[in-house]
Design a protein. Structure first.
Length: 226
């Protein structure tokens, strides 16, 4: 069955995470994150998963979750994908892409893709670890690789893939009160997904973070509060 086209921003909010515990502020620091990734924690990823739109074995991919070390606190570097791309066009995403045969591992894929998409120098990235793989509805098994990005550094968008580069405070994205669950129903099924709308500073409107990117950020929240 072909799904109707939907506008995710226009869908009603079904639930929020306002009743969930906040992340302790000391864990949202470089040292706090280093300690957290060194621990062996028992925790479970979110049960909400994306409905499969593509049959067959998932294609391996990786993204870099870049946590920029700023004086005012950590931020998350995100991109707005170009509208003409085949997969996830126009969506907010982490730098990343499919794994190539010459990539040694998921970390190598994430760093290579970040350099190609936003010209981020891998030497400025301190890898902390990775989160559980995330299976997207478009048929990718994505490994989120988490790293601290140490200034000074520069970024420049590859305009063939990236329309915009921006940063969002990690404290905002790790605040469960800012997490929404939206639901899209159609005849024969429904889809639930996380969303984290972030207001734009320079204009009206917001960056609508949803789908796989929001799902991976939600798993990061679960990891930090475990």
């Amino acid at each position: 069955m072909i799904r109707p086209v939907f506008e995710p921003e226009a869908l009603p909010v079904e639930a929020t995470g306002a009743d969930l515990p906040p992340v302790a502020p000391e864990r949202l620091t470089p040292d706090g994150l280093r300690v957290r990734f060194e621990q062996r924690l028992q925790w479970a990823p979110e049960p909400i998963v994306e409905s499969r739109l593509r049959e067959g074995d998932p294609r391996l991919a990786a993204v870099l979750m870049p946590l920029v070390v700023r004086e005012e606190g950590l931020t998350v570097l995100l991109t707005q994908r170009a509208d003409h791309l085949n997969d996830h066009a126009g969506q907010v995403s982490f730098p990343g892409g499919r794994q190539e045969p010459y990539d040694a591992d998921a970390t190598a894929t994430a760093l290579r893709e970040a350099q190609e998409e936003v010209a981020l120098d891998p030497a400025r990235v301190e890898i902390l670890g990775s989160l559980p793989d995330y299976l997207t509805g478009t048929g990718f098994r994505v490994t989120p690789v988490v790293g601290l990005v140490h200034p000074p550094f520069t970024v420049e968008a590859d305009t063939l893939e990236v329309a915009e580069i921006f940063e969002v405070p990690l404290s905002f994205l790790m605040d469960p009160a800012c997490h929404e669950v939206r639901v899209f129903r159609w005849e024969g099924g429904e889809r639930r997904f996380f969303a984290m709308p972030y207001p734009r500073a320079e204009s009206e409107g917001h960056h609508f973070i949803w789908g796989a990117t929001a799902g991976m950020l939600r798993n990061f929240y679960r990891f930090l509060v475990a």
